[in-house]
Design a protein around this ligand. Structure first.
Ligand code: ADP
Ligand code: MG
Length: 476
């Protein structure tokens, strides 16, 4: 009665497709080949050890669910990994899917004192009429404070989070509302606070829930006539973390029930942590009485990280994944993707996947190709900062000099070259290019472009510089 392996895998793929982003799907699932189906075990071929580990780390529950859906409760999965060294000979070996040894492949360097995932947390209360429940905190141990890089962009939110974690319910930051646009670390920080509270106060019942899930649970409770259980459940939580409260917009009944839960928790000294994509003043479709409560505590924003912070985040990520990359590649990524940390990480991971798939080493060249291919929709263009950096590296000058007003000859020339490339390769206005290059005006930028053009025609060595730099800066 076993189905052919390809059909099973195709069915799995169509489910997986709906559950992961397009980019992740292309990166991680497209390259997989189904090999066989025997005794309810589907064997899939993955291109490398890294692929296998990544799938295990990030997609194992999705994979397991899909396999069970397709093959029934006894269905299982086996990998066949193409080993890096003898890929030419096509020799492979298989590893049984380690549903139990997941921890073995987990990065051992991150020590997680809170075993939130597996043990669950004992509920200190016994509610009459309800059986004793164990609340799974839903915290993701990877989203810890240790893994959260500090920067100017998140200083306030981070330290408020720390304060709350040391005295949940006992600071003025109640509720603590973290807001910021997509991919800047709201969810990460919200989990970090929860994890830190579990570190400091193991007996507190912490619960992380997305507002969509909260809404869905509420709707279900209405349908099943178990609204009271729903409310009781939330009222016994010590630290309630609700992610993306903007999704409550327009959902009056959900807001209503959340309002009551909020009041109960707040009055009994329990901590509320919320995240949102906007500050309370800009939230629409949320009742006034709820908004005014959101403002009771502290609203702290997450801003776009600076270049240094972006590099630090990439380095942290590489460290925890046990990956090493050339410095220029890391810098290139950090220069290229500026406004969304999730995309930044996505690019890093795609790059590693690409390299492991094609057995190519990771070079600047590959990074450029990959960014072009994978991150197209971020409307990337070379930034002035990046141009300045490449030019300064090339001439061995500190970037501060280029941005300063100094008129030293070699700096003036590098600055002119940077202006020339900025004019050619970015959409920045002359005025803005000037402002980036030592506070010059638009006429100076025009003059620089003319000078560079002239020199290129008359000075062969200079022309060589420009050609070199052109190659380094432009994206293939
Ligand atoms: P948001 O919820 O704001 O959309 P997330 O919390 O999901 O963003 O963050 C997106 C990704 O960026 C996550 O993988 C997260 O770990 C990472 N990230 C965000 N901020 C930081 C930071 N300061 N240090 C390390 N990683 C970060
Ligand atoms: Mg989020």
């Amino acid at each position: 009665m076993s189905k052919p392996h390809e059909e099973v895998w195709n069915n799995c793929l169509s489910i997986i497709k709906d559950n992961v982003s397009h980019q992740s799907f292309k990166t991680w699932f497209d390259p997989i080949k189904p090999l066989s189906l025997k005794d309810n075990t589907l064997t899939i071929q993955v291109p490398s050890q890294f692929f296998y580990e990544w799938l295990e780390e990030h997609y194992i529950s999705l994979l397991k669910k899909t396999i069970k859906k397709e093959l029934g409760p006894n269905g299982s999965l086996e990998y066949s990994i193409i080993m890096e060294n003898n890929y030419k000979s096509n020799k492979t070996y298989s590893v049984k899917v380690p549903t139990t040894n997941r921890n073995a492949i987990k990065n051992p360097s991150v020590s997680m004192p809170v075993d939130v995932g597996s043990k669950g947390i004992k509920n200190p209360f016994i509610i009459p009429g309800l059986k004793k429940v164990v609340v799974d905190s839903q915290l993701n141990p990877n989203y810890s404070f240790e893994n959260f890089v500090e920067g100017e962009c998140n200083r306030l939110a981070r330290s408020a989070g720390f304060a709350v974690a040391s005295k949940p319910g006992g600071t003025a930051f109640n509720p603590l509302l973290i807001y910021g646009s997509v991919g800047l670390g709201k969810t990460h920080l919200a989990h970090a606070i929860g994890i830190e509270i579990k570190n400091n106060h193991p007996n507190k019942t912490v619960l992380y829930v997305s507002s969509e899930k909260f809404t869905q649970q509420f709707i279900d409770s209405v349908r099943n006539n178990t609204q009271n259980d729903f409310i009781h459940f939330y009222q016994m939580i010590d630290v309630l973390i609700i992610d993306d409260v903007q999704f409550f917009a327009g959902k009056e009944k959900t807001q209503d029930v959340f309002f009551h839960i909020f009041n109960h928790l707040h009055q009994t000294g329990k901590q509320l942590v919320m995240t949102s994509d906007k500050p309370p003043v800009e939230m629409q479709g949320i009742e006034q009485r709820l908004l005014s409560r959101f403002k009771w505590g502290l609203s702290a924003d997450l801003q776009v990280p600076s270049l240094e912070t972006r590099i630090a985040i990439l380095e942290k990520k590489m460290y925890t994944e046990g990956i090493e990359l050339p410095k220029d590649v890391v810098e290139y990524l950090a220069y290229s993707i500026t406004t969304n940390i999730r995309e930044l990480e996505g690019a890093l991971i795609s790059l590693i996947a690409q390299s492991s798939l094609n057995k190519k080493s990771i070079t600047l060249e590959l990074a450029k190709q990959m960014i072009d291919k994978f991150v197209k929709n971020t409307a990337r263009e070379v930034s002035i900062d990046y141009i300045q950096k490449v030019v300064c590296d090339y001439f061995n000058l500190p970037i501060e000099l280029l941005k300063s007003k100094t008129r030293k000859r070699e700096v003036v020339q590098a600055r002119q070259i940077a202006m020339y490339f900025a004019k050619q390769m970015t959409k920045a206005s002359l005025a803005s290019i000037g402002a980036h290059c030592g506070g010059k005006d638009h006429a100076t930028v025009l003059h620089a472009c003319k000078t560079v053009n002239n020199l290129m025609e008359t000075d062969k060595r200079f022309r060589g510089y420009i050609d070199d730099l052109d190659k380094k800066i432009s994206i293939q």
